[in-house]
Unconditional design. Structure first.
Lengths: 311, 370
């Protein structure tokens, strides 16, 4: 599959502060690729460099085959962006915003208006085309910004926190639009703090922390890397340190954490170790409740970066 | 060819977008129109109130020589004469309504005819040294002038004045033209500055910076948008001077052309300021803070060359100096700078181009920091 984005040892310094530290990764065409990381991890810096808003201190990058420092104009022409703050002219109407974008991106010809109408229809804003954007809800603004970003038919879309501050219903609708873009063969690069969103939308995820890449894989593979299963036990009485030590020594158990009277065990490998755990625990305590599930991305993120995603 | 058409489309789109956005924000648009007008009225008040010294003349003698002397006082162009009695003059002085009392003594005509020395009482309220000096200069001037008319044979030294210009120009007429320039400066800085800063405040700067359009095309579009919005305030300011004060341009086509050129220069300055400060609330005080000192060092009250060499040098480094020069030409046919009129115009154009380039660079660099 051809490469849409290629970063090679990309570095960005602001004085002595290193915002991006030799970041290398590639995004395939037609892929929905997620950039995750806490605030200050380097997500926005990466995207700013890719969209030509900032120049790298070192390293190189290409977007759809264009060098980001030499072919800035071509990069911008092929990129559709939905910034976090939407960058819509709120005092103007939806239609005027779309027409202005068309002029900025040289979308001309007799089909310009029909294209705008089609996109407004896609995001269900046709009936509000003549309303000022300031009268729109957060979800409507996001949808309009998405329609605007698609107006010049970009091959690559960058979505910065696409559903931040959006109600649940609008979030689902936006997810459907984004998944629809993938079906059209477009590449999507998105940053998000919502792990559920990343899990639902992204083919692959890159986790950044302090400007460095700490993990890059599919959501499923990342979960497997952390552990195949998480078992949660409520015991009476609270297990002793020796019991916890015995649990840690069991083959297939990678992590044991005691928290709020609950024991969280992470297991790895294909073999089920649940039976072994119950047998061992039953010797000293009564099992009041037991549950098992796949690890979530919050746990993976915390495991990889040592910090919660929302920090 | 495609690129040119595209750039022109971007320029038009950005200009229209700025006009639409500005018209929806009445507060800043009103400020941009009213503040230049306010500057004009403020300076005009300053000029009108700072003119001639109010002076009471007590005529104890009403003979022909005494009346001729009164005419000489009136012709000195330094007094606003109030003819009054001695008691009335004293009351006016006590009320602080006059600067001086000049008394023409009862034996004025008789003393002149008999060749006696006349002591002319002049009471001066020397609270304000400017007015005091006006009185000190103008009373002897009036005496000389009186003698030259009344006894032409006795005054043998006369100035043979040759005027450079066909007619005199009053202080108000000269200064009001300079005030038009500072009003255009304030208007240009405010309008273009707020237009540029708004993009940063609302985050819409990303829409512009992410576009594949040339930065210069975006800046030129913003300049033209501000220029169009500025036309109204410029028309009001020029209208007040031309119709209100009766200061008519000698060269009307040049006046219109130079107004356009000067407005372009000043909106480009505003664009640069707005791109750098990125806050509308900072643009307003900055516009005022920049305009006032620049106005005072740019030859607003008379040719800069008449002042110190250092001031003249500093003045020549900024565009307001040249703007005042071309306006004084358009209105009064004056050439107030050593450089020719065409060179002044060319320098204004050069300033504009350099500032637009600087704005485009600032947009690129500050945009990256956004």
């Amino acid at each position: 599959m051809p490469v849409a984005i290629e970063l090679r040892e990309l570095t960005k310094r602001f004085g002595t502060f290193v915002a991006l530290d030799s970041l290398s990764l590639s995004v395939q065409r037609g892929e929905i690729f997620g950039l995750l990381g806490p605030n200050g991890s380097g997500k926005t810096t990466t995207v700013n460099i890719l969209s030509g808003l900032s120049r790298p201190s070192a390293g190189s990058a290409t977007v759809l085959g264009y060098d980001i420092t030499r072919d800035t104009r071509a990069v911008r022409a092929s990129l559709g962006a939905v910034p976090q703050e939407t960058a819509l002219y709120e005092e103007l109407t939806a239609w005027t915003n779309m027409v202005f974008h068309a002029d900025l991106y040289n979308v001309v010809g007799h089909d310009r208006n029909s294209r705008i109408l089609k996109l407004l229809d896609l995001v269900q804003l046709t009936d509000r085309r003549d309303s000022r954007v300031s009268t729109f809800s957060g979800g409507m603004k996001r949808r309009l910004a998405l329609a605007r970003a698609l107006l010049h038919d970009p091959q690559l879309l960058y979505l910065d926190e696409p559903t931040l501050g959006v109600d649940v219903q609008s979030r689902r609708a936006l997810w459907d639009y984004i998944l629809g873009l993938k079906q059209q063969g477009k590449t999507v690069l998105l940053t998000t703090n919502y792990l559920e969103e990343a899990n639902t939308l992204c083919d692959r995820l890159a986790i950044l922390d302090h400007g460095k890449l700490v993990a890059l894989d599919t959501a499923t593979a990342l979960k497997q890397r952390y552990g195949d299963m998480v078992i949660d036990l409520e015991l009476d009485p609270v297990p002793s340190q020796s019991l916890l030590g015995d649990l840690r020594a069991l083959p297939g158990v990678s992590e044991v954490v005691l928290s709020d009277g609950h024991v969280h065990l992470t297991t790895t490998g294909q073999r089920s170790v649940t039976g072994d755990i119950i047998t061992l625990v039953a010797k000293q305590s009564t099992v009041r409740s037991i549950s098992q599930r796949e690890p979530n991305l919050d746990e993976i993120f915390l495991h990889l970066t040592g910090t919660a995603l929302r920090d | 060819m495609l690129d040119v058409a595209y750039s022109l489309r971007v320029i038009r789109a950005v200009a229209l977008n700025d006009i639409r956005s500005a018209l929806t924000e009445r507060l800043f648009t009103s400020v941009s129109i009213l503040l230049p007008l306010n500057f004009l009225l403020l300076f005009l008040l300053f000029v009108l109130t700072g003119g001639q010294a109010p002076t009471a003349v007590v005529m104890d003698d009403t003979g022909p020589y005494a009346e001729q002397f009164l005419q000489a006082l009136q012709g000195a162009r330094s007094f606003t004469i109030v003819r009054s009695t001695a008691d009335e003059a004293q009351r006016l002085m006590q009320q602080g309504r006059i600067v001086a009392i000049v008394t023409v003594p009862a034996d004025f005509d008789a003393a002149l005819q008999s060749g006696q020395t006349i002591s002319l009482p002049v009471i001066v309220n020397n609270l304000n040294v400017d007015y005091t000096n006006d009185i000190r200069r103008a009373v002897p001037l009036a005496i000389t002038s009186f003698y030259a008319h009344a006894f032409p044979d006795q005054v043998v030294v006369r100035a043979n004045e040759i005027d450079v210009h066909a007619q005199d120009t009053g202080y108000i007429e000269y200064l009001s033209v300079s005030i038009v320039v500072v009003s255009l400066l304030v208007g240009g800085l405010l309008q273009a500055g707020t237009n540029a800063a708004r993009e940063y405040e609302t985050g819409t700067i990303k829409e512009l910076l992410l576009a594949p359009a040339d930065r210069w095309a975006i800046e030129v579009g913003k300049m033209l948008g501000a220029l169009a919005l500025n036309v109204l305030s410029a028309a009001v300011v020029v209208g007040v001077v031309v119709l209100g004060l009766g200061v008519r341009p000698v060269h009307l086509p040049e006046m219109l052309g130079y107004t356009l050129l000067v407005m372009l220069t000043f909106v480009s300055l505003g664009l640069l300021a707005g791109t750098l400060v990125r806050r509308r609330t900072a643009v307003v005080p900055l516009s005022i803070a920049l305009s006032l000192p620049i106005f005072f060092i740019s030859g607003a009250f008379g040719p800069v060359q008449w002042g110190s060499a250092a001031l003249a040098f500093i003045s020549r480094l900024q565009p307001v100096y040249y703007a005042i020069a071309v306006f004084q030409y358009a209105f009064h046919d004056f050439e107030t700078t050593p450089s020719s009129l065409s060179l002044n115009g060319l320098l204004l154009l050069t300033f504009t181009v350099v500032i637009v380039v600087a704005s485009a660079i600032a947009l690129r660099r500050r945009g990256a920091a956004q």
